[in-house]
Design a protein around this ligand. Structure first.
Ligand code: ADP
Ligand code: MG
Length: 367
């Protein structure tokens, strides 16, 4: 972990990444599953120095060296997580800084991208024993709020949405926004939400692999600035478990257009189009083309810290999908973001004695 943090820090100091210049791209390799091993799968991914990834169809050192020489597939990312990487390591390397930034009134988003079965949901939601990024981020957020609550008050809003077939569904509390007071119920809430994600058991796999799950956490925070104005800061963190990428792998515009008529995931395609437009520095980014990109308009590129985690399987049976995912991630490295500023507005202090003033006092006391 220290090694990884050092690499990421070094890159940032070199001005190569972060600081609103480009998005961070990480790759996580999952362990080989029992079934895969039993069916004779071999590992076709090799991670070196927690940064470089070599894709090889072969398992032995000699084969690997030969492939590297003849038709090597080499990629490099901000960090590449080997299959032994813990959930906490993934969280602290990819997301912890965004949680910090959200408390300063900035937006941040983390996407998990990859084929079905590559480990996206494990990374985002995780299990009760090994909670993932969504749960660890909420824990961290509430801890940080507790540490800071002496100098202001925070309100945390949370929503967990699903985009499936261009329809947006609330996975938690249909019809009403949820205000969270504590982090304790988060895992239970999200698990329950994820169960809502797959309603038809016979089609469960298909549904979950074609739906996007989006956790959005908005933190409102009131502080006094130097001139004693009350300032309202709002930061938004979006954590996104994307649909399986196996049917929307196009990375260039022409292929994208030819695929548009086919029955593939419109939102995932639209996300790729937006990424292409961002990479090419286009003025018009087609956010309105799908539900997913509409929801993420202020969470992708622009004034936002964006992190991509590409999930891959080690199995040589998934070689093609893995290669496509790595190409996509490689392309995502080129997205430039603007330097960001905190979202804040100056509030008129309510006159003392008014209802608003009383409410403000109450909120301050609660903390
Ligand atoms: P996806 O959401 O991309 O379709 P999942 O997250 O459901 O894939 O992962 C597929 C399977 O692999 C699940 O059984 C999951 O528990 C397991 N898995 C994925 N990543 C890991 C990991 N890093 N460590 C252990 N098991 C993992
Ligand atoms: Mg999943």
């Amino acid at each position: 972990l220290q090694e990884m943090e050092r690499v990421v820090l070094e890159n940032k100091q070199n001005g190569e990444i972060g600081g609103g210049s480009r998005i961070l791209v990480f790759v996580r390799l999952r362990p080989m599953g029992k079934k895969e091993r039993e069916s004779g799968s071999r590992c076709c991914v090799r991670i070196v120095n927690r940064r470089d990834i070599y894709l090889t169809e072969f398992a032995t050192e000699n084969d690997y060296l030969r492939l590297k020489r003849l038709r090597g597939r080499h990629f490099t990312f901000d960090a590449s997580f080997p299959d032994s990487t813990t959930q906490l390591e993934v969280y602290s390397t990819t997301t912890a800084e965004l949680v910090e930034a959200v408390l300063e009134g900035r937006n941040g988003s983390v996407f998990c991208y990859g084929a079905t079965g590559a480990g996206k949901t494990y990374t985002m939601l995780g299990t009760v024993e090994n909670p993932g990024v969504m749960v660890l981020a909420m824990k961290d957020l509430f801890n940080k709020i507790r540490q800071r609550s002496c100098d202001g008050n925070h309100v945390v809003h949370l929503s967990y949405l699903e985009v499936y077939n261009e329809t947006v569904r609330d996975l938690l509390s249909p019809g009403r926004p949820l205000v969270l007071r504590e982090d304790k119920q988060v895992m239970a809430l999200l698990q329950q939400g994820n169960q809502n994600r797959t309603t038809e058991p016979t089609r469960a796999n298909e549904t979950s692999s074609r739906s996007h799950a989006i956790l959005q956490v908005m933190v409102e925070y009131r502080v006094k600035d130097a001139s004693n104005n009350v300032v309202n800061r709002v930061g938004k963190l979006s954590l996104i478990d994307l649909a399986g990428s196996e049917r929307a792998l196009a990375t260039d515009q022409r292929t994208l257009r030819s695929l548009e008529g086919a029955n593939i995931n419109k939102s995932l395609l639209a996300l790729s189009s937006c990424i292409n437009a961002l990479v090419e520095g286009k003025k018009h980014i087609p956010f309105r083309n799908s539900k997913l990109t509409q929801l993420l308009k202020d969470s992708l590129g622009g004034a936002c810290n964006t992190v991509m985690i590409a999930n891959i399987s080690p199995s040589n049976h998934s070689f093609g999908e893995t290669q496509n995912t790595l190409h996509w991630a490689d392309r995502a490295k080129e997205i430039r973001t603007k330097a960001y500023e905190a979202n804040e507005e100056i509030l008129q202090l309510p006159e003392s004695g008014t209802d608003q003033a009383k409410l403000l006092l109450e909120l301050q006391k609660e903390n």
